[in-house]
Write a protein that binds this ligand. Structure first.
Ligand SMILES: Nc1ncnc2c1ncn2[C@@H]1O[C@H](COP(=O)(O)OP(=O)(O)OP(=O)(O)O)[C@@H](O)[C@H]1O
Length: 351
């Protein structure tokens, strides 16, 4: 934990107000192997090439990552614990240096352009740093005061608006140590929203929250995205990504497994044929005979990989064999199915 522990978790504020970085990078001396602005793509909010991080202890945490996050997307960065998500986010935010490869955020190379990029990025990384003895409002006032790009004249109004946005207006005067975990997460989000942002980077924003708290954060993420902010959100929860994200990248053991629109990723995996019947043993036999793969029976539910042939034939074969069919459907593949199909392993690795 040496290097990361030494780094601040909150991105360093810029030391002088600077204009929004244009997507086309100003001509600047570029290191060999760095992307040209054209390559970076104007509509990409985050783009990495062969991004790699090996920690001092020798752990290869991120291995040759090529990530492309389109502008306006809610991008889910998905992977089991230890797959390299936080390490990637730390590199994107300029908190740690990559071992090799490049990362561009808002069209600019990081960490070199951190001072111009970070004022346009709201980040919530590994839980917000809060002063327990201060109220939620005072925490935000203090954070805003530490940001040289923030206008002090509008500070109170912006803090009030951010608290309102995350549903903490009524609890604004309460000491942060009395906040629930969900309220602390929301306060962290409010801190990320003190200024208009082009990109929000949220590392496991629903971690440790109860289902209600998770729903609230998800709703908030959707609202923020509908305002045009690109949201990059890491999670180890597949259904969370399916519910809230337009795009996703799947990581496993430091490597990118797949990325793209969520609908396409799930469609890449075939659904399962599910037969509901009081005759599961006979149904399983017929399904296997008809070419279904990986047939399993659970109570009155028999499922398998759909065979190539017409389902009408499968249904007829079941009926001919005397199987009483109550239902026969193809269940839509989930992102989890896609993950399992792509990696050949379950999702709860090292959970
Ligand atoms: N500071 C560090 N020093 C050495 N190894 C580290 C450090 N931080 C993380 N690692 C290792 O790098 C790998 C990737 O960790 P990382 O935290 O990036 O994964 P993650 O996908 O974010 O997982 P989690 O959800 O558990 O945070 C893990 O094997 C982890 O043990």
């Amino acid at each position: 934990m040496d290097e990361a522990a030494a780094a601040t978790e909150t991105p360093p504020p810029a030391s002088s107000p600077e204009a929004a970085p244009p997507p086309e990078d100003a001509p600047s001396p570029q290191a060999a192997g760095e992307m040209s602005p054209q390559e970076a793509g104007e509509d990409c909010v985050i783009r990495t090439r062969a991004l790699t991080k090996r920690y001092r202890g020798g752990q290869l945490a991120v291995d040759g990552l090529d990530l492309t996050v389109p502008a306006g997307s809610v991008f889910g960065f998905l992977g089991p614990n230890g797959s390299g998500k936080t390490t990637t986010i730390r590199m994107l935010m300029g908190l740690i240096e990559p071992t090799s490869g490049t990362a561009r955020v808002l069209g600019r190379p990081m960490p070199r352009h951190a001072r111009t990029v970070l004022p346009h990025v709201g980040a919530l990384i590994e839980g917000p740093a809060l002063y327990g003895f201060l109220s939620g409002r005072d925490n935000l006032l203090r954070q805003d005061a530490a940001d040289p790009t923030a206008d002090p004249r509008t500070r109170r109004a912006r803090v009030a608006a951010a608290l309102d946005r995350v549903g903490l207006a009524a609890a604004a005067g309460k000491k942060a140590r009395a906040y629930s975990l969900g309220m602390k997460q929301r306060l962290g989000l409010a801190a990320a929203l003190l200024q208009p942002r082009r990109l929000l980077v949220l590392d496991e924003p629903t971690n440790g929250l109860d289902p209600q708290g998770m729903r609230e954060i998800r709703t908030l993420v959707r609202e923020l995205a509908s305002d045009g902010t690109t949201v990059f959100l890491s999670s180890h929860l597949l259904d969370e990504i399916e519910q809230v994200c337009t795009h996703a990248a799947v990581m496993a053991r430091g490597r990118l497994v797949v990325q793209g629109p969520v609908a396409d990723l799930a469609a890449g995996a075939r659904g399962r044929l599910v037969v509901t019947t009081p005759d599961p043993a006979e149904a399983a036999r017929v399904l296997k005979e008809q070419g279904a793969g990986d047939v399993t029976a659970d109570g009155d539910r028999v499922s398998g990989e759909p065979p190539e042939r017409d389902l009408a034939e499968v249904t007829a074969a079941l009926v001919t064999a005397g199987v009483r069919v109550r239902g026969l459907v193809i269940e839509r593949a989930s992102l989890e199915d896609a993950f399992v199909a792509l990696t050949g392993e379950g999702f709860d690795v090292a959970g």
